[in-house]
Design a binder for this molecule. Structure first.
Ligand code: NCD
Ligand code: ZN
Ligand code: ZN
Length: 375
């Protein structure tokens, strides 16, 4: 049995308030514990979005009643809320800036708005950006100009990781995270992911939406932002592991009905598959266990100034070999892009602040046991 520290996931979507049929603070933090995570940082693109004192209170009230692992909640940068978010900054995980199109309402198009937030948000608190490709280059430049740290969410491209490498070499305060789906899946996997296994008749429809189609098969399940990239991009991420500060699941649950329906929302669940996938890669010699702990505990704790969790650890059966099954998961979304993948390494037990929180498939702490680490 392998004993590792409680893992930290700095990027999860728990869907409460507003879309609890996809996930809520209970099901999402249960999925976290089952995946070996004892602390998660929740994103603000809920309904309503979390963008001021009142909406932060709304999310934190739900979390307080229902969370089973520890947590903090991000605030979202909007067009006119720079002062509102600053006033409650210390109660939040950090500020999230959506600079490209993705799921939810929060998006800042004008660089004047970015600037407003860069000037107002306290320098010692985290800013995380959903910024792809050229937006990423622009936000790194802005961080350099305002001399403050910025963390780039879900890096997926070769051009992105190489630019972050160059920025780091110049001493610019940029950190980044990479998601398992961008390390283990590429564009080449889209046909297999595309619901071809759903067993239902494939329905033709006009391709007016952004949905890509492969051989007439709907590809709603493979929709994710950033999109799955080329094998060369995937290879570049693996070749630049040293530049990757954190692994993050970007756990983005949507139901299978939504993924297979009209206008499929982008996003993959990830909390319950991330550790087994990465442990399997450790077993294959693609990274070390020390790399894994650096990127899933030590670095996220440093980047987001998170407290240590006393008497907290995870016991893993390193040699357990099995197939990933959505049916065994705690997430409410009911599917995984890794269905049927053979992995090696299973979470057996999670201790959180001195209590047994999870053992062999069962959640053992009550809803509300989880604590806000920003109080
Ligand atoms: C996320 C979601 O569903 O909330 N979707 C995704 O494809 N990653 C939004 C995001 O993280 O950009
Ligand atoms: Zn994003
Ligand atoms: Zn996300």
């Amino acid at each position: 049995m392998l004993k590792i520290p409680g893992l930290i996931d700095p990027h999860v979507h728990l869907r409460e308030p507003g879309a609890t049929h996809k996930e809520d603070w209970d099901s999402g933090t249960s999925a976290a514990l089952a995946g070996g995570f004892t602390l998660v940082l929740a994103m603000p693109n809920t309904q309503p979005p979390i963008f001021d004192a009142a909406t932060l209170d709304l999310a934190l009230a739900a979390a307080r009643a229902k969370a089973r692992c520890d947590y903090a909640q991000f605030l979202g940068a909007g067009p006119d809320n720079a002062r509102d978010v600053r006033d409650v900054a210390l109660r939040a995980a950090g500020l999230k800036m959506y600079l490209d199109q993705t799921y939810g309402e929060l998006r800042l198009d004008s660089m004047l708005l970015w600037q407003e937030h860069f000037k107002t948000w306290p320098k010692h608190l985290p800013i995380v950006s959903h910024a792809e490709s050229r937006s990423m280059a622009a936000v790194i430049l802005m961080a350099a100009i305002y001399d403050r740290p910025v963390h780039i969410a879900h890096v997926s491209l070769r051009e992105e990781i190489l630019l972050i490498k160059a920025a780091k070499e110049r001493g610019i305060k940029v950190t980044c995270e990479v998601c398992p789906h961008h390390l283990f899946l590429s564009q080449d996997d889209i046909p297999a992911l595309s619901g071809a296994t759903a067993g239902s008749a494939v329905e033709e429809r006009p391709s007016t939406t952004a949905v890509q189609k492969t051989d007439g098969v709907r590809s709603g399940r493979s929709e994710v932002r950033p999109r799955l990239a080329t094998q060369a991009d995937v290879d570049a991420l693996w070749q630049n592991l040293d530049i990757i500060d954190c692994f993050a699941s970007d756990h983005a649950p949507h139901t299978l009905a939504e993924k297979d329906g009209e206008n499929p929302p982008p996003g993959f669940p990830g909390l319950e598959t991330m550790l087994p996938l990465l442990l399997t890669a450790v077993d294959a010699g693609r990274l070390t266990l020390d790399d894994l702990i650096q990127k899933m505990v030590i670095n996220p704790r440093r980047v987001f100034s998170l407290p240590e969790q006393p008497d907290t650890w995870v016991e893993v059966d390193e040699n357990a070999t099995y197939e990933i099954r959505a049916a065994e998961m705690h997430s409410r979304c009911g599917w995984t892009p890794f269905e049927g993948w053979k992995v090696k390494g299973k979470v057996r037990k999670v201790m959180l602040r001195g209590h047994e929180a999870y053992r062999d498939g069962k959640i053992l702490v009550e809803a509300g046991y989880g604590r806000n680490v920003r109080v």
